[in-house]
Design a binder for this molecule. Sequence first.
Ligand code: GAR
Length: 187
Amino acid sequence: KVRAAVFASGTGSNFQAIMEADDQLCDIALLVCDKPSAAVIDKAKKFGVPTFIFNPKDFNSKADYERVLLEELRKASVSWIFLAGYMRIVGPVLLSEFPARIVNIHPSLLPDFPGLDAIGQAYEAGADTTGVTVHYIDDGIDTGPIIEQQEVPVYPDDTKEQLTDRVQQVEHKLYPQVIQRLVEANT
Ligand code: GAR
């Protein structure tokens, strides 16, 4: 089985969707979290996934904490990293060690609405269509080669909450499917 890490900073609904997918090929061996109070940590415990929790403020630089993460990833024999609401830019220490092996999910049709609160950005802009993108990362904010996109309609009478639910339901189906496909194609 391929061993992977999930990096997350928040609620962990995508982490949960990945864990609940019946994936015969991919074993989530580690959850990495940069927010000691994030709800995703409890979800990892519930699924029995080992966690590595760190606070970036305890380090002088991104390179410093990423070297520590690299050590943990090596110990866990991880060959893929799936970002699931990890709200930090990944630096050269990890990028160079996992070329084309770090994947992100973002709740918009990139290159539209990168960065924070992409669903709110699309909503405020009055877009009639938004969506979800799964992509390899590079050193930018929500940039890098796109693997798959799925459109999500925005209805005229949507609240932001309704739109958020619709986008997240698509994320929770799409991400596990893409992960399965990537791992299958590379084993
Ligand atoms: C998800 O919607 C994910 O696409 C987004 O954060 C949310 C995390 O939710 N990621 C980004 O915006 C990356 N730029 P979750 O913690 O419930 O999975």
